[in-house]
Write a protein that binds this ligand. Structure first.
Ligand SMILES: [Zn+2]
Length: 224
């Protein structure tokens, strides 16, 4: 069966390197094209020097910063990354103000739009709920979820811009992705640093809620 919905006709997937950084169990990814060696860094916040070393040792040129959302623990390294690489920052227009700076180049994360990483690519999915402009990045075989979906959990909705109903809708959207899709979350809060949609559908109690009311009660009672 060929993929449908959000996963239909995806460009060929970049390769992924997942790196844990900082003291808040943040997970970053370097996505790269193995042919052109062009790369995108997801949510540079901590240890930018180490992220760039990881890119350098693979012979990669960082062209993009892909932002899932603009909480500090996901963007505090954007300035340093852009200064050192000239990377274009891909971010939801609803959250762009947080990363805008003189001389910095921004591009809008538009729902359903493919973003080239060399000859490979990812698709922006606007998935609000944790924040107003939360964005996931879907590729053939994996999805980068930021603080929307964690292994065994989901993001909080009680920060500014959070919305439990939108969170529910966004999670429903991820649940419709092909089950073998690998999940790369924004924090290492689960039993493993990555998972799959199939595994989360079976085990993640936020995804196992039958109704929005059940989800809301669970989300509002649990603070992480
Ligand atoms: Zn967050």
């Amino acid at each position: 069966m060929s993929a449908s919905g959000d996963a239909a006709n995806l460009p060929p997937a970049p390769e992924v390197v997942q790196i844990e950084v900082g003291l808040l169990q943040n997970l970053c990814e370097i996505l790269f094209c193995p042919e052109t060696r062009e790369a995108a860094v997801v949510d540079p916040a901590f240890e930018v020097d180490r992220l760039l070393q990881e890119a350098n040792k693979r012979g990669l040129t960082v062209k993009l910063a892909l932002i899932t959302h603009t909480h500090h623990d996901h963007i505090d390294g954007v300035g340093e990354l852009c200064d050192k690489t000239g990377a274009v920052v891909v971010v939801s227009p609803r959250e762009a103000a947080a990363v805008r700076a003189p001389g910095r180049r921004l591009a809008d994360a538009v729902d359903g739009q493919d973003i080239a990483v060399g000859r490979r690519g990812v698709r922006a999915l606007v998935t609000p709920g944790h924040t107003v402009g939360g964005t996931s990045y879907l590729a053939e075989g994996f999805v980068v979820t930021g603080d929307l979906l964690f292994v065994g959990g989901c993001g909080r909705t009680d920060f500014t811009g959070g919305d439990t109903a939108q969170m529910w809708e966004s999670l429903q959207r991820l649940m419709r992705l092909p089950e073998e899709t690998r999940v790369y979350p924004g924090h290492d809060y689960g039993e493993t640093p990555t998972s799959t949609i199939a595994h989360e559908l079976r085990t993640n109690r936020f995804l196992r809620c039958a109704t929005f009311e059940e989800f809301r009660a669970l989300r509002e009672q649990k603070r992480r």
